[in-house]
Design a protein around this ligand. Structure first.
Ligand code: NOJ
Length: 761
């Protein structure tokens, strides 16, 4: 404690003397006082201490990547004492955090507090649905609330920085990390990015219940070739600026405090070494004044990429490119000081990075009280609080998408039914927690079986049928899928024979998606398809509940199974959410944030594709853009999802037919609940710019509204389009709005829409 008092005293003396050089720095921060403190502190720092701020160590265990074995705990402790560590990740719990913070603050020369990072991706202990599932709600308020709950729990255990949200757009269901994002659309993705950031950071970062957020992975990571993790990315200017970057720009506008760069290269340059992305775009064009953290050892990985010949060169390239902090890469800490001393790197570059890092620490209030996130009483009270269970249940119900409902199978009758519940995932309390749940306890999800057991009016028989995976899988291990054992099929078939309705819970193991979980096959894993078909032979009244972290190609199921419910991995409250939807206590309203293919060969498949020069079969011959063995269309399109009620769209109106560029265009539509239940509908607006100097997609989402509509009631929604929504980035990276003809579409999915035209003059 003596040390903190000492260093803060030094600091306050220095604040008194105004630093003439401070005006050199581009400061977007209103708080001039903080900027002065930062400048003063930087003046006190040695080169090694500056490099130290740019160095992040993992806690004392390996998490998501290899760490050099010389990175022993003893060395990390020694560096903490020397003030050579600016941040740690994967240290959690008040006791652990306090112990490392104490060394940094009380034993290092300047006592600069650590910022403590952790992957709080969809909750800390109490888990929300995986982010892709949450995105299916299109419910920005609830998504924000879910992030707020995550921040509350994380901040209560000493964490003050999350590596979320992942805002990578992806069109490739093979890529395992689609579970962690908001799907394929830049407009929806941008709004969800903002909602999540607001949820984590709140209105005031110095509030102890809020944490700094990270927009990751900057940029292009979702476009890994062939969906293979950590692979090259090769995208053009238009895709980069119109599809990949918008959610990152939205994040910067939402004042996200940090960005994380990514493992991939784009067009030959590893993004960790890309000045174009990190300096020109992020820091200069977008005026971002937070800091950029590398991804795990991504600075060092520039050597494997063949972009740097050794660690020294990797450090040089990365720091020049604007990577401010090195995550468990040992490159900055080992090379950077010497590079400055040798005159290869200007010390100003270090000062800029350190200034950014210190700024976030100041904003978090860590200089006022480095232990402000370390309160055991708060920890006990907040982690796993029952209110958080209510919040994640609410999010989980809203995330479910009803894909098909024939034969009136759903909602299930509450009484007098014999129900057979089949599938290993139905009783699983672990897999529904999904991937990226480093702090939650195993087997803590409410299973679907438990959820359904709370409805007592029916007879419920559970039979596993077959395991999805073999053995227990940890986060860092490959999942071993059961591809042979069908020994329990017969029991399930017998149960199905005797049932009125069969509910089958099938899909992916929770660790089949997430980082490093790319797949080349999008069907139900292992023997589950065989199980489904075997049960179907004896009872066709099947409700298929899917558990998955990515779109699946379930073409057979779509043709044969009357009712299909997309339940993703819904986190802690999975079973209760699924049961409430199956029994109709919650009327599903989710819409797909990502296209579902008919088969993996269609991937990448997405709704906002380009028309091509040969979009239709005009001549009746073979020479048009198509497959000879399947349709072009997806199995389920983006924006699609049913309800237990029905909605009718009518009266699509515009406030004119010709508009000037810059003028607001009002588009209104009437939506009526024509079924026999109250319900919610996501009303979606798409546009098409018919002719562009850069070809435009056949549809682009430009607005949506989530409406609650009572039985028989009609509601009118009005959207506003303007230059910002009608324009695009050209190949000179300029945002332009071109005059010409447009179409506007409004409906309940990207394909089922009303349509109108207008002209922009
Ligand atoms: C690697 C992942 O790509 C990144 O998203 C994550 O935040 C870090 N590891 C830290 O765990």
């Amino acid at each position: 404690m003596k040390k903190i008092i000492l260093s803060l005293a030094v600091l306050s003396v220095l604040i008194g003397c105004k630093n003439e050089n401070s005006s050199m720095h581009v400061v977007n921060n209103d708080n001039q006082d903080v900027e002065l403190k930062i400048d003063s502190l930087i003046k006190l720092m040695t080169i090694e201490e500056k490099v130290g701020q740019m160095n992040q160590y993992n806690g004392f265990w390996d998490a998501t990547g290899p760490s050099p074995k010389n990175g022993t705990a003893a060395k990390k402790y020694e560096h903490l004492r020397k003030g050579w560590v600016g941040s740690m990740l994967n240290v959690r719990g008040v006791e652990q955090v306090r112990s490392v913070q104490k060394i940094a603050v009380e034993e290092s020369r300047l006592g600069i507090p650590l910022i403590i990072g952790f992957d709080v991706i969809h909750g800390y202990k109490t888990l929300s649905p995986i982010p892709l599932a949450e995105s299916a709600s299109w419910d920005l308020k609830t998504i924000q609330e879910s992030a707020r709950v995550a921040a509350l729990e994380a901040s209560a255990v000493g964490i003050n920085w999350t590596f979320a949200p992942m805002v990578d757009i992806s069109r490739d269901a093979r890529w395992g990390r689609v579970m962690e994002g908001a799907g394929e659309d830049p407009y929806l993705g941008s709004l969800i990015a903002k909602a999540r950031i607001k949820g984590f950071q709140g209105d005031d970062l110095s509030d102890v219940g809020t944490i700094a957020a990270t927009a990751k992975h900057f940029a292009g990571y979702g476009f890994a070739e062939a969906g293979r993790e950590y692979n090259s990315v090769d995208i053009g200017t238009s895709t980069l600026h119109n599809i990949v970057l918008p959610p990152f720009k939205a994040a910067a506008e939402a004042d996200v405090k940090t960005f994380m760069n990514s493992f991939n290269e784009i067009n030959g340059v590893p993004v960790t070494g890309s000045s174009y992305l990190q300096r020109n775009i992020l820091k200069d064009k977008w005026n971002f004044n937070g800091f950029v953290i590398s991804d795990w050892a991504s600075i060092r990985e520039m050597i494997s990429w063949g972009h740097a010949k050794d660690k020294k060169q990797a450090a040089e390239i990365a720091v020049i490119a604007g990577s401010d902090m090195d995550m468990e890469g040992y490159v900055y800490i080992e090379e950077l000081a010497q590079l400055v001393k040798d005159g290869v790197i200007e010390e100003d570059l270090l000062d800029d990075a350190v200034r950014r890092i210190l700024r976030v620490k100041f904003e978090l209030g860590l200089f006022d009280d480095p232990y402000r996130y370390c309160d055991e009483v708060r920890e006990k009270e907040i982690v796993g609080n029952p209110k958080h269970h209510e919040a994640v249940l609410d999010m989980a119900k809203k995330s479910i998408v009803l894909l098909k409902n024939e034969k009136n199978l759903l909602p299930l009758k509450k009484e007098g039914q014999k129900i057979a519940l089949i599938g290993a995932l139905a009783a699983d309390k672990n897999s529904p927690l999904g991937s990226w749940r480093l702090a939650s306890d195993d087997n803590t999800a409410v299973s679907v079986l438990e959820g359904m057991q709370s409805y007592k009016g029916n007879s419920l028989v559970y039979k596993k049928g077959a395991d999805v995976s073999i053995g227990k899988t940890a986060f860092i291990e490959e999942v071993k899928i059961n591809t042979t054992d069908k020994s329990e099929f017969q029991e399930a078939i017998t149960a199905a024979k005797n049932a009125d309705v069969v509910v089958m819970v099938l899909g992916e193991h929770g660790f089949q998606s997430g980082e490093a979980r790319s797949r080349t096959n999008l069907q139900l894993p292992g023997v589950q398809q065989d199980l489904l078909e075997a049960v179907y032979k004896v009872n066709q009244n099947i409700v298929l509940v899917l558990n998955n972290g990515r779109p699946l190609a379930i073409t057979w199921a779509d043709e044969h199974i009357p009712a299909i419910v997309e339940a993703w991995q819904l986190g802690t409250q999975t079973g209760n959410a699924v049961a409430q939807v199956l029994y109709g206590d919650y009327n599903p309203s989710g819409k797909l944030p990502m296209t579902f293919p008919r088969n993996v060969g269609q991937v990448p498949i997405y709704y906002n594709y380009k028309n091509t020069g040969r979009p239709i079969n005009k001549e009746g011959n073979v020479f048009w853009s198509h497959y000879i063995d399947t349709e072009n269309t997806p199995l389920y399109p983006f924006g699609y999802g049913l309800s237990y009620t029905t909605f009718e769209y009518s009266n699509l109106k515009l406030n004119g037919s010709k508009f000037n560029v810059g003028e607001d265009i009002k588009v209104s539509v009437e939506v009526k609940n024509t079924g026999n239940r109250d319900g919610k509908e996501v009303v979606q607006l798409y546009i098409r710019d018919l002719v562009g100097s850069i070809t435009r997609p056949v549809k682009e989402l430009k607005g949506f509204e989530l409406l609650e509509i009572k039985v028989g009631e009609s509601k009118t929604v009005t959207f506003t389009l303007n230059s910002a929504t009608l324009g695009f980035y050209n190949n000179q990276e300029k945002f332009i709005t071109e005059p010409g003809d447009f179409k506007v579409f409004v409906g309940g999915s990207s394909i089922k829409t009303l349509e109108a035209n207008f002209e922009l003059e």
